[in-house]
Design a protein around this ligand. Structure first.
Ligand SMILES: CCCCC/C=C\C/C=C\C/C=C/C(=O)SCCNC(=O)CCNC(=O)[C@H](O)C(C)(C)COP(=O)(O)OP(=O)(O)OC[C@H]1O[C@@H](n2cnc3c(N)ncnc32)[C@H](O)[C@@H]1OP(=O)(O)O
Length: 276
């Protein structure tokens, strides 16, 4: 039923859909060539298997409409863009669920990073780890100037390491030395700091969403052929690297997460989050 609805119909009846199927995202169309995909998984838009799968399938639906040229990725929660991976997915999971979960994250990254659409990340709130991954997978990042917000890869602070493709994406975004510093320190950057190192492209005092729509419309005016060829040139290598190592990467992730030491760390981290 869902797959037969066109993306335009989806956007015109979000309430009808949310009452029947929990889509975890909302899709709207501020102009004929721009779609907005709003993450909507309270409380913190963490990426569960269902959330990652839903985002991926909505991007593919939006992509299939030739009139749509740009996609804005944003959040229904003004304080949090996304808290990253849903840590409960990694707490005492079955190996099957864990592998499927990780494949859904790989697939979300590959879909968003290599889409023909021009993608604008509209970051109104915190964007740690997997949240930063979503933003870095976009073509352009606009962030609210609020100095209390943080964006970056804080994995080492949780006693873990980012997968090779996320590390490579970070290196491509901010350069080798800054990536090495940021990764090893698990640094969350303020918007000003993120702008300085190129982790975001613009910070906004007022309505960040309006600026995102403006940028999306600017991108939509650039000939699609040029954009697509350029994205392929800039991003193809990393896409091919991960595509060639999907199984190896699933093995690395599941082995690491299922280790008893990692499980104890995850339990402790979850407790510390819920005690706050
Ligand atoms: C931990 C092991 C991970 C192993 C990964 C292995 C390899 C790396 C692979 C990929 C890279 C990506 C990794 C990740 O994304 S891991 C997740 C990293 N994210 C974080 O560390 C963010 C944690 N959250 C926060 O810092 C804060 O919640 C916030 C986003 C700043 C928001 O703060 P706020 O005060 O507004 O909310 P609360 O902290 O009270 O949270 C509300 C509620 O949500 C629960 N929650 C928060 N974050 C997550 C999450 N990522 N997954 C699941 N649940 C989360 C929190 O526990 C609260 O729940 P409660 O039941 O108490 O209401």
């Amino acid at each position: 039923m869902l797959s037969r609805l066109s993306p335009r119909l989806l956007s015109s009846s979000p309430r009808l859909l949310s009452s029947s199927i929990r889509t975890l995202v909302n899709v709207t169309y501020p102009s004929p060539s721009v779609a907005v995909l709003e993450l909507d998984r309270p409380p913190v838009n963490s990426l569960s298997l269902e959330m990652a799968t839903s985002i991926t399938s909505h991007i593919k639906q939006i992509e299939s409409d030739p009139q749509i040229r740009s996609l804005i990725l944003t959040s229904s929660n003004p304080k949090i863009f996304s808290a990253g991976l849903d840590i409960t997915e990694m707490s005492r999971p079955s190996k099957t669920r864990l592998s499927t979960f990780w494949r859904s994250i790989q697939s979300l990254f590959l879909t968003l990073y290599s889409t023909r659409l021009s993608t604008i990340s509209c970051i109104t709130g915190h964007s740690p780890a997997g949240g930063c991954l979503l933003s870095m997978s976009c073509d352009y990042r606009v962030m609210s100037r609020n100095p209390k917000l943080g964006i970056g890869l804080n994995e080492t602070r949780l006693g873990i390491a980012a997968p090779f493709w996320l590390k490579d994406l970070f290196v491509k975004t901010v350069g080798y030395r800054e990536a090495e510093l940021g990764l090893s320190r698990g640094k969350l950057y303020s918007p000003e700091e993120a702008l300085k190192i190129g982790l975001v492209d613009e910070i906004v005092d007022g309505e960040v969403y309006d600026v995102a729509v403006e940028r999306a419309e600017e991108y939509a005016e650039i000939p699609e052929k040029g954009i697509v060829a350029t994205k392929r040139m800039c991003r193809g290598e990393l896409v091919r690297d991960l595509e060639g190592k999907i199984e190896e990467d699933v093995g690395w992730f599941t082995d690491f997460i299922l280790e008893e030491g990692t499980q104890k760390g995850i339990e402790g981290y979850l407790k510390s989050l819920s005690k706050k």
